[in-house]
Design a protein around this ligand. Structure first.
Ligand SMILES: Cc1cc2nc3c(=O)[nH]c(=O)nc-3n(C[C@H](O)[C@H](O)[C@H](O)COP(=O)(O)O)c2cc1C
Length: 200
C-alpha cells in the first residue's frame, strides 16, 4: 500500500466543525460522487447504492426539514440540544451526501438467489458502508471535513417527498460535509494486537 493512501485513511475523521465553503468546484464534487458510485464494489456486483447530493440551499433545506421532524419527537430540552448540534455541526457545512440502497435491486437478487435471501439486506448495508467510507475518505482528501449521521427512518418520508425520491430507494445514512474550521480531537485506540489473530 502506498503511503498516501494510508495517510488519507488516517486523515478521515469525524468532523463537526464545518463552515459553508468548498475547497473545490461543485463539478468536482459531482465527479467524486460519480467516481465512487462507479468503482466501489457491491455484493454480487449488484450496484445497489444510490446517492443524492445536496449542495448549498438544498443542503440547508435538509437540515431544516430534519429539525422540524425531530421537533415533534423530542421534549423541548432534548430538541434544544439537537437543534444546536444540527445548526452548528451539520447545517453549517457546504453539502450533504444521502446514501440510499435500491430495494428493487435487493428484492430481485433475493428472487434470483433464494439460498441467500436472508443475507441480501445485510450485504446491501455492507455495500452502502463501503461507499460511505470511500466517500468520507475522498472528501477529506480534497480538503473537506465530514461526519456520518443516521436520522433515518424519522426523516425518510419528508426527504422522499421534498426531492421526489423513488419509493424503493431506502435511506441508510447522511454525510454532512464542509470546510473544516478545526481539527478533530485526539482519538483513543484499543490495542490493535488484541483485535487481530495471525496464523502462518
Ligand atoms: C457505521 C458507523 C456509524 C456511525 N454513526 C454515527 C452517527 O449516527 N452519528 C455520529 O455523529 N457519528 C457516527 N459515526 C462516527 C463514529 O462515532 C466515529 O467514526 C468514531 O467515533 C471514530 O471517530 P473518527 O471518525 O474521528 O475516526 C459512525 C461511524 C460508523 C463507522
Amino acid at each position: 500500500m502506498k503511503t498516501y493512501l494510508k495517510d488519507a485513511i488516517i486523515n478521515r475523521r469525524t468532523n463537526y466543525k464545518l463552515s459553508p465553503q468548498s475547497p473545490i468546484s461543485d463539478d468536482e464534487i459531482q465527479e467524486i460522487i460519480r467516481f465512487a458510485v462507479k468503482h466501489i464494489p457491491s455484493a454480487f456486483n449488484s450496484q445497489s447504492t444510490r446517492i443524492v447530493l445536496l449542495l448549498g440551499e438544498q443542503h440547508r433545506k435538509l437540515w431544516e426539514l430534519t429539525k422540524s421532524v425531530l421537533k415533534g419527537n423530542k421534549t423541548d430540552e432534548q430538541f434544544a440540544s439537537t437543534k444546536n448540534k444540527i445548526d452548528n455541526a451539520f447545517a453549517s457545512g457546504y453539502g450533504t451526501v444521502l446514501f440510499y440502497e435500491d430495494g428493487q435491486v435487493i428484492e430481485a437478487l433475493q428472487e434470483a438467489f433464494p439460498t441467500y435471501k436472508e443475507k441480501f439486506p445485510e450485504w446491501s448495508h455492507h455495500t452502502s458502508a463501503m461507499h460511505q467510507f470511500a466517500l468520507w475518505t475522498i472528501l477529506t482528501d480534497v480538503g473537506f471535513g465530514a461526519s456520518l449521521q443516521h436520522y433515518n427512518p424519522l426523516i425518510d418520508a419528508s426527504v422522499a417527498q421534498t426531492w421526489s425520491i423513488e419509493p424503493h430507494w431506502r435511506l441508510v445514512a447522511q454525510m454532512p460535509f464542509g470546510l473544516p474550521t478545526q481539527h478533530p480531537g485526539e482519538k483513543e485506540f484499543k490495542p490493535v494486537d488484541e483485535r487481530i489473530r495471525v496464523f502462518k
